[in-house]
Design a protein around this ligand. Sequence first.
Ligand SMILES: Cc1cc2nc3c(=O)[nH]c(=O)nc-3n(C[C@H](O)[C@H](O)[C@H](O)COP(=O)(O)O)c2cc1C
Ligand code: SF4
Ligand code: SF4
Length: 295
Amino acid sequence: MYESHLIDATTCTKCELCVKICPAGIIEKTGNINVSFRKDRTDICIHCGHCMAMCETKSISIEGISYETNFRELPVASVDYRQLMEFLMTRRSVRIFQNKPVTREVVDRILDVISTAPFGVSPDNVEITVITDKSLIEKAVPEMSKIYMQLGKIIKIPALGWLIRRSMSQETTNTLMNFIVPHINKGHYSYSDGIDDIARNAPALFLFHAPKGAEEHTVDAHIYLTYALLAAHSLGLGATAIGLIGPAINQSKSLRTKFRIPAGNEVVETMILGYPKLKFKRAIIRPRKKVAYIS
Ligand SMILES: Cc1cc2nc3c(=O)[nH]c(=O)nc-3n(C[C@H](O)[C@H](O)[C@H](O)COP(=O)(O)O)c2cc1C
Ligand code: SF4
Ligand code: SF4
């Protein structure tokens, strides 16, 4: 049987780099002779792979992570600050797409970028459903629209509106009352004349979902979404985070079925994706966030 969390004493040089790098304090130097795993602590291993990535002699074995499949040589070239800023400043939310499908190959490249992202706990619980069948998205949008149109009506009825707001977090209530409802009141999301201002006629959609209550899953999903937005841009595609789609799917059995969301999972983030139809002529300069310097 494969035993996890082992150090091969015949190849280990006792450099102690793994001891220093492990964020969970699982590896120790015992006396002057051995570097080994603390068996009383291996259950808190977060499977970050830092120890294995640091070990010159590949002496560490951890179940689920292998030197052959989970590591590669470090790339030499790196992006400098200027290149990073230029890349980031050319990314904008894209909501108008060419009538061109997104291929599986492109999707897989975005998924590979997401795999490089940090995660809160191991194993991370976020699952990603990728829809490249535009007709399925087109079928779902009128249903989403109906949900928002009903919400727009119900929220105006004092007792029902109060009940709905009370069932939500303060953040969701504020988003609903200060952003979504004013948009509904101005005719947004109504799907009138077939105008899709929910999924924006995108040819592809990413849904980031996870079991409700799973550790750190909302933050993980936000991070994966961010990586996906940047990956899309790097591949010449355009993407936008869409806050409206997740809540609609979560409360609709029909939408959950359409998108095959597993029972017990909630959609946390969604992203529309496609090839941009229009090109921006300039980048935006936004003020820094409100910052407090404590030196
Ligand atoms: C959490 C989140 C939810 C968003 N929801 C929507 C949405 O429902 N519809 C939409 O068109 N854009 C949505 N956006 C995109 C923002 O409107 C956009 O990022 C913002 O206007 C800044 O523009 P930029 O991305 O081009 O810099 C969302 C963005 C974030 C981060
Ligand atoms: S990093 Fe590798 S060689 Fe160095 S002490 Fe740890 S197991 Fe041994
Ligand atoms: S995988 Fe990460 S947490 Fe687990 S032993 Fe290695 S460094 Fe420590």
